[in-house]
Design a protein around this ligand. Sequence first.
Ligand code: FRU
Length: 620
Amino acid sequence: MRNITLFIFVAILFVLSACQQNKIRYHIGVSQCSDDEWRQKMNKEIEREAVFYDGVNIDFLTSKDDNAKQSEDIEYFIDKGVDLLIVSPNEAEAIAPAVEKAVKKGIPVIMVDRKISSDNYTAYLGADNYEIGKTAGEYIITRLNGKGNIVEIKGLSGSTPAIERHKGLMDVLANAPDIRVIASVKGDWQQENATDKMDSLLKLYPEIDLVFAQNDRMASGAYNAAKKLGRASDIAFVGVDALPGNNYGLHQVQNGELDATFIYPTGGDKVLQTAMNVLTKQPYEKETFLPTALIAKTNARLMQLQADEINSQDQKLERLNSQIDEFWSRYSAQTSFLYVSIICLVLFACLLFIIIRAYWTKNRLNLELSSQKQQLEEQRDQLITLSKQLEEATQSKLVFFTNISHDFRTPLTLIADPVEQLLENDGLSPKQEGLLKVVHKNVNILLRLVNEILDFRKYENGKLELQLKNCDLKEAVGSWSQAFQSLALKKHIHFNVGIADGNYHLLIDENKIERIFFNLLSNAFKFTPENGDISVDLSILTKESEGILLMKVADNGKGMSAEQIQKIFDRFYQTDVNHAGSGIGLALVKALVDLQGGTIEVESQKDKGTLFSISIPVVF
Ligand code: FRU
């Protein structure tokens, strides 16, 4: 049974492991500083690229331009025990401590798009923002033919792209003395901020030829402000990002809202590739600069078409991916089903084996049992035969014994009669008379014994009959008691006969009651020592013409054990080897009581005495 349980346990583990074939091996945390279309595009690219790697789980958090929140996000990922962090820091100084903490804990950190104020990170991916600033400056010089007033709207001042783009721009414009930067304001990468700032600048400066915003969102905000004041057509708006999609950079260049923009690649796919190289200990570049390009009216449409094409390919890829997921889950379900079926089959086989084994065992046990039963039956038959033989032997001994007793009775009677006649002779000397009395007494004892044996045998053979006749039991008991007086005197026994008041003229078998009386008293005298007490109590319970005769014979002699009491009514049982007799007396008493429909009870205690209680139904 233990083996089967173990097997089931292992099988379940096996099925579970089969169901978990694509278990997570790498946890990656992405901490984005903002939540806008550019970052959503990057996140999507990261997710899509992850599909090509096994067991990669990515969690995204955005701090919505809040330094404190981003530090918390990074701490959260550290505590969660991610295997790698991808961070696009809101501001370089503020986020550096959290990133350094992660690196210190041994978590590789990949910086994307923006940097922190230290070199303590694993790798960087993003465009060269200084280069973007420079290229924008060169475009502006060409666009304005080397002369004009420009406004710069910058991103968040602590973020590295804002710093680097500004520097690149300024370095180039230093070579174009007729291009005047009439204002350089902060827009913090937000459209609304740019609108507000532009609104004020438009009021201050009547001649603005070009606005360079560090991203398309802010360029669009500035455009809106100018449009509101009817000056949009006088000013060229240049941005950065060139995102595809409705109302984003590419579209805005096409519809003339923006004069130009620069591709600022999101590069999510490359970011994840680098992350996986780091995690799988493959070689990777510490700094990867993604390419950028100018988008103007001439190439915007082409770029849009390309972007649309890429987008549709991406969608196909996504569909394919979800189909693979579906197939995979179907395959897993089928595999699990197969394993479960195999387990069930094996379990069924085990069960079958157990049942068959139990059946065999049962059959074997049945065979053993029936052979044992047969042996027992044979033994029982042998015992029956033996006991029959024993019974037959006993019976033949009893028959023999009875016959002998019978044979003894006639000669004994023949001795008793002449002895009685001789005793009636007056001419006997005292010595002769004494000797004859001894003979007479012993012949009578022998006759009584022989008669008892013969009566008991008659009872056993169902031939002993009651001889009912009217008699006065009170008188009879009085005279029977007389016979024991001399013995009582001789043994100094206090012999007392008590007869309660009542009608003792009964229709009874006097002879049989006498036998009972004599036997019980003989026993009492036999087992009561000198100076002992023996009593006979006779009473009668009367109810109309019927009654119950109660006779109690008690002594304070040597008594009997519980074991002896159980056997005293068995024929030939002798309680005491020192007082050997025929062993028939009490068996005969019981037989005589039974014959008269009565009961006999005995109470006795070793060395305290014995009480026989007899009750016999009688009629008056
Ligand atoms: C997106 C964004 C872009 C910009 C970049 C600079 O959050 O504001 O528009 O080019 O970040 O890090």
